[in-house]
Design a protein around this ligand. Structure first.
Ligand SMILES: NC(=O)c1ccc[n+]([C@@H]2O[C@H](COP(=O)([O-])OP(=O)(O)OC[C@H]3O[C@@H](n4cnc5c(N)ncnc54)[C@H](O)[C@@H]3O)[C@@H](O)[C@H]2O)c1
Length: 357
């Protein structure tokens, strides 16, 4: 078993955890994981979208479920302070590149000012010991072809999603340096640059995996925007275990671990979009080809790889699930869903296997 998941199992059993974005795709998995680990957790997010994983697992039974907008500073402050959390995990965001491109005002308002508002709340909450802000691997300045990004590389942001996430990096740094590691307080604060996540239960059809699976199920070819582009693919369980590990390390040694971290797959998980499609075709016994999707104006990197060696060395975390296992679990999820197995039980099987519960 993964040592970090074992340590997380012990650590989170008696912790109070405040999560933003708990109704989203990763948030729904995180809600179930925290519940399984025995944490007391409060979630703060917009209402779950119809048909989303959080709704299907009846997530509001598993977490103290608060509906609120991160753009409302008073509301998030009340929700956070009254809960007295020790750990804060900030996932809430406008997270779809195209949606951010279509409505940049909303993207910046949510991602940038939402993060400012979260930190304003943390400033007033003496209980908080560690804060993890989830950004993305898209915060790195595009170095062109065959780039593998390390934490020290320059940041950029050629489109509203990437730029707003990069701003979250600077907002976090400024609150750390100006307020939360001064004034007699030492709150551990880190940003996490995570890569594309693969798991069952994603309902957002504009994202790659749901659109491929839907294509197989409907007999209509999935539309791939960039089959030749290479991306790092990681399992949702490895990503969340990474967030939990960083928050635990910040709690234990706030100054040492207050920095940015890359969380992504091992090298074999960095592969082209088209290869993921081919592998899934095999698992689904599908011979449907894919179709070329219409282009949109955001220029995306041809290759995006993440260097995770520093995270492995210093955090004691490492990715546990190879690409084939992720794709197997994803396929299994989909088939069980089609056989009417409740989503909560499908997720729990995978969570319990991962954390050896
Ligand atoms: N899914 C991925 O592959 C991936 C990869 C890298 C980074 N990320 C980041 O991980 C985080 C979670 O991603 P996800 O895939 O679960 O996204 P998602 O779109 O499924 O969920 C987003 C969550 O944020 C909440 N939210 C959005 N606007 C809000 C607002 N104004 N106020 C309060 N809550 C608001 C939503 O209600 C939802 O709970 C995001 O920060 C995203 O940028 C995701």
């Amino acid at each position: 078993m993964n040592k970090s998941s074992l340590l997380n199992k012990e650590f989170y059993g008696d912790k109070r955890v405040f999560v933003t974005g708990h109704t989203g795709f990763k948030g729904a998995w995180l809600t179930q994981i925290l519940n399984e680990l025995g944490s007391r957790a409060r979630g703060y997010a917009l209402p779950p979208e119809p048909g989303c994983l959080f709704a299907k697992i009846n997530g509001s039974e598993l977490i103290d479920h608060v509906i609120g907008d991160v753009r409302e500073v008073d509301r998030i402050t009340d929700a956070l302070i009254s809960f007295k959390p020790e750990v804060v995990l900030h996932l809430a965001a406008q997270a779809i590149v195209k949606d951010c491109y279509d409505d940049p005002h909303r993207a910046y308002g949510t991602n940038v000012m939402g993060t400012v508002n979260l930190f304003e709340a943390v400033r007033q909450a003496p209980s908080v010991k560690s804060v993890v802000v989830i950004t993305t691997d898209k915060v790195y300045e595009n170095k062109g072809d065959a780039a593998v990004y390390s934490v020290g590389d320059p940041l950029g942001g050629a489109d509203p999603y990437s730029a707003s996430k990069t701003c979250m990096e600077f907002v976090s740094d400024s609150y750390k340096n100006s307020y939360l590691q001064t004034e007699g307080r030492t709150v551990g604060i880190a940003t996490v640059r995570a890569s594309n996540v693969i798991a069952g239960g994603d309902h957002v059809q504009s994202r790659l995996i749901p659109s491929i699976l839907n294509g197989f199920a409907s007999g209509k070819p999935a539309e791939l925007r960039n089959p030749g582009q290479t991306r790092p693919w990681q399992s949702v369980l490895d990503a969340i275990n990474g967030y939990l590990t960083i928050a635990r390390k910040l709690y234990e040694e706030p100054l040492k671990f207050s920095t940015a971290w890359n969380i992504g797959p091992a090298k074999e998980g960095i592969c082209p979009v088209g290869s993921v499609f081919e592998k899934l075709s095999q698992y689904f016994n599908s011979s449907e080809p894919y179709a070329a999707a219409g282009k949109f104006s955001v220029k995306e990197s041809k290759t995006l790889g993440l260097d995770i060696e520093r995270s492995i060395d210093l955090l004691g975390w490492s990715p546990e699930q190879p690409l084939d296992k992720m794709l197997y679990d994803l396929t299994d999820f989909f088939k069980r869903q089609k056989n009417s197995e409740p989503e909560r039980s499908i997720c729990l099987r995978q969570i319990r296997e991962f954390f050896a519960i």
